[in-house]
Ligand binder design. Structure first.
Ligand code: 13P
Length: 231
């Protein structure tokens, strides 16, 4: 299993450092062997150490340059960051990132040899149209994406399950991950209201190789407790 924490726009540099210290202590005590990824905000990036790999929630597809408000490879390299989230629905929706833009960003960070956690997910109206509509929508989100990239991790995050407290059901997750597995051999994460109460049933699903957690990852002890439940 892969356990990934997406802080989104939460935590500061200081609180992220404290979080990593607390979580790392627990992981050491537990002699943890599974993969742990942490995506803090850009201001809180720091070098990976111990059990925790730190990644970027976003970056622009350039080394450096005139891209006001963005960070690029130069800023990531300072911390040895080699992992990035691309295609999160919040960036697709709130920041209007189109598939064409997302796929160029993917290609650029692939060229830079990054581990890419590539996020996909359907809105509620598509889910309500049935499994076939969901599959069609999700496959379109792979337009321009190299699904055979060896450092690819896919995160399926239904938009209606993100931050709502309402996770997809085990059956919905199973059906969607089985569909994705038809063509994708990369690890498949599920995200969307994963918490301590549901992680065991989600992680037990055959084609779920990990979880991408937002709200329930914000407290280090809580996230660790979840990880234990998911093992
Ligand atoms: P929540 O766990 O808060 O639903 O967020 C999921 C998510 O978007 C992780 O990237």
């Amino acid at each position: 299993m892969i356990y990934a924490a997406n802080f989104k726009m939460n935590h500061t540099r200081a609180s992220t450092a404290r979080y990593i210290e607390t979580l790392e202590k627990r992981l050491c005590e537990a002699q943890w062997e599974e993969r742990v990824l942490l995506f803090p905000p850009a201001t809180a990036l720091q070098a990976s150490s111990g059990h925790i790999t730190v990644g970027a929630q976003n970056a622009y597809m350039a080394q450096k340059g005139a891209y006001t408000g963005e960070i690029g490879l130069q800023q990531l390299e300072e911390f040895g960051i080699e992992t990035i989230l691309i295609g999160h629905s919040e960036r697709r929706q709130l920041l209007a990132e189109e598939q064409e833009f997302v796929s160029r960003k993917f290609a650029w960070y692939k060229e830079a040899d990054f581990t890419i956690v590539y996020c996909i997910g359907e809105p509620i109206e598509v889910r309500e149209s049935g499994e076939e509509a969901v599959a069609e929508y999700l496959w379109e989100q792979f337009d321009g994406i190299d699904i055979d990239y060896e450092k690819l991790i896919v995160a399926y995050e239904p938009i209606w399950a993100i931050g709502t407290g309402r996770s997809a059901t085990v059956e919905e997750i199973r059906a969607t991950h089985d569909e994705l597995r038809r063509r994708i051999s990369a690890p498949l994460l599920y995200g969307g209201s994963v918490k301590r109460e549901n992680i065991a049933s989600i992680s037990a699903i055959e084609n779920v190789d990990g979880v991408l957690v937002g709200s329930a990852s914000l407290d280090a002890e809580e996230f660790f407790a979840m990880m234990i439940e998911g093992r």
